[in-house]
Design a protein around this ligand. Structure first.
Ligand SMILES: Nc1ncnc2c1ncn2[C@@H]1O[C@H](COP(=O)(O)OP(=O)(O)OP(=O)(O)O)[C@@H](O)[C@H]1O
Length: 505
């Protein structure tokens, strides 16, 4: 995420509804009074750089773990009692328990902690693991209308806990050294960290940074995501990071970032990706103000294709937003940041996402599934067409209220067919949400807004991209903000005990 992203959220950590409970109820939603407040925080161009990065008054607040990510992504402000996000406050109450229930570093056994959210059911989590539960949602009748008030409380199903530190079904993996041999299309390659020449930081995140680098062997440019293990441990993200790596290793899709290799040393975890030189869709959207229906349709189609693929593997992405959509040199999308992605068996309960994009069932701690990605798609299409998200407030609490209220303000001249799709995606009752009914993604693909599309052509990148990034070569960094390189201090080495948490990374 570029520092331009800071402008998205301006929630001072110390202000507002500190200590608020997370037990939100369906709201007396104040409707969407957006918007001058939001608009004035949108940068007029992409030139926000170091100043913004160091301005601690602007904080994008993300549930649970990805806190403080907007400040140049370098400050890992953890949720605290000062947080203005009620769900963060709720989460931090759970910290001591989670600390104790971190998986044993030696056995790496599954945590037995309870879900961090407010739930009304309990279940044998171990039993959940092997069950491939069909979504009860899929038995529901398809509903076409928006039913914002119909919020079901389905609390009797089994819960898959997800406290960020549970042990998932990870493959055993010996590739945990700084070098490892990997079978590639051109034969076996022995990878080593020294193969990569770091050129420049292009992004920052909660635990570290993403650098452009050059593979000295293939001479290809790549992006190296460097995560400080001390931060991953401190923020209790061990399992989320391992999930991210494991899921990325499993997937291959034209619109999803490709993981080339991953490794670690005694301080950092490293993931090597294709370098996507066009930068974030977020930047293009803010510079344009809003996209035409045609442009939005193009990006939405590529996302639908990717979501359909991920969901077919029972992977829920959970972090769809323009900051996580990169534009490749050819103008096609690459979804990045699988830090919240999760392989589902039933429902999961972690409070995660970015306030504007989270689905009502996450706020209500009802357990959630792939339906949250379809909700986020509705938010994204709205944001592309209108220029700002449908639910916005200065405070996360206000955003949640608006999401739960189900009220959306519509622009008068909005494409009515796109509006119809958004309405069917932004249905509070997930059993009636397009994409989450018995025909799955097909319902979305068959919507009139996509009627003109041949979905094989979408997958094969045969559609003409509406934007071609201005880049001179594959390693061009002009579409990313500048980050002061001297700010980076080497991460502290972790001790042997902590290193074992990452044995299978
Ligand atoms: N493959 C890539 N090519 C080019 N830039 C990238 C790539 N991957 C990530 N970036 C840049 O780095 C930023 C941070 O990456 P990413 O979101 O994966 O890190 P993160 O640590 O998970 O961040 P956060 O804590 O905000 O979720 C991205 O928003 C993007 O601007």
């Amino acid at each position: 995420m570029s520092t331009a992203t800071c402008a998205r959220f301006c929630t001072p950590l110390s202000s507002g509804t500190a200590g608020s409970t997370s037990k939100l109820t369906t709201g007396n939603g104040s409707g969407n009074t957006m918007t001058s407040a939001y608009k004035k925080k949108i940068p007029s161009n992409n030139s926000t750089t170091a100043n913004t990065a160091n301005d601690s008054s602007n904080t994008e607040t993300t549930f649970t773990f990805k806190l403080g990510r907007s400040n140049g992504r370098s400050s890992s402000n953890v949720a605290s009692s000062e947080s203005s996000d009620p769900l963060e406050s709720d989460y931090s109450e759970e910290d001591p328990e989670q600390e104790q229930q971190r998986p044993d570093p030696v056995t790496n056994s599954r945590s037995s902690s309870t879900a961090t959210t407010t739930t009304t059911s309990s279940a044998d989590h171990d039993n959940d693991v092997d069950e491939e539960d069909e979504e009860d949602d899929e038995d529901e009748e398809e509903g076409n209308g928006r039913d914002a008030d119909d919020v079901t409380h389905d609390s009797s199903e089994s819960i898959e806990e997800d406290d960020g530190n549970e042990t998932d079904d990870e493959e055993d993996d010996d590739e945990s050294e700084e070098s490892s041999s990997v079978q590639t299309a051109k034969g076996v390659r022995k990878y080593h960290l020294d193969d990569y020449q770091i050129i420049k930081t292009v992004g920052t995140g909660t635990f570290g940074r993403v650098c452009l680098c050059r593979d000295r062997i293939s001479e290809k440019y790549c992006a190296m995501k460097i995560l400080a293990m001390t931060e991953v441990i401190r923020l209790k993200q061990i399992e989320h990071v391992k999930n991210e790596r494991n899921i990325l290793r499993e997937i291959r899709h034209p619109f999803v970032i490709s993981l080339e290799w991953s490794t670690k040393d005694d301080s950092n975890l490293y993931m090597i990706f294709d370098y996507v030189c066009g930068g974030e869709l977020f930047t293009y959207l803010r510079n344009a103000g809003k996209f035409t229906s045609q442009t939005s349709n193009f990006y939405a189609a590529e996302i639908v294709s990717a979501l359909e693929y991920l969901h077919s593997l029972q992977i829920v992405y959970r972090d769809l937003k323009p900051e996580n959509l990169l534009i490749n040199r050819d103008g096609h999308l690459k979804i990045t940041d699988f830090g919240f992605a999760k392989k589902l068996r039933d429902r999961t309960w972690t409070l995660c996402g970015t306030p504007e994009y989270i689905a009502p069932e996450i706020i209500q701690s009802k357990g959630h599934n792939k339906a949250v990605d379809w909700w986020a798609l509705g938010v994204l299409i709205y944001e592309m067409l209108v220029g700002y998200p449908p639910f916005y407030d200065e405070q996360p609490f206000g955003i949640y209220e608006k999401i739960l209220s189900g009220k959306i303000e519509w622009e008068r001249h909005m494409d009515p067919i796109a509006k119809d799709l958004i309405k069917k995606l932004l249905v509070n009752d997930r059993t009636k949400r397009l994409g989450n009914m018995k025909n799955g993604a097909d319902d979305v693909k068959r919507h009139r807004w996509f009627k003109h599309l041949n979905w094989n052509d979408v997958y094969s990148k045969k559609l003409k991209p509406p934007i071609l990034p201005d880049v001179h070569h594959d390693g061009d960094t002009k579409n990313f903000d500048d980050y002061p390189e001297k700010d980076w201090k080497p991460a502290k080495a972790v001790d042997q005990r902590d290193l074992q948490y990452f044995n299978d990374f």
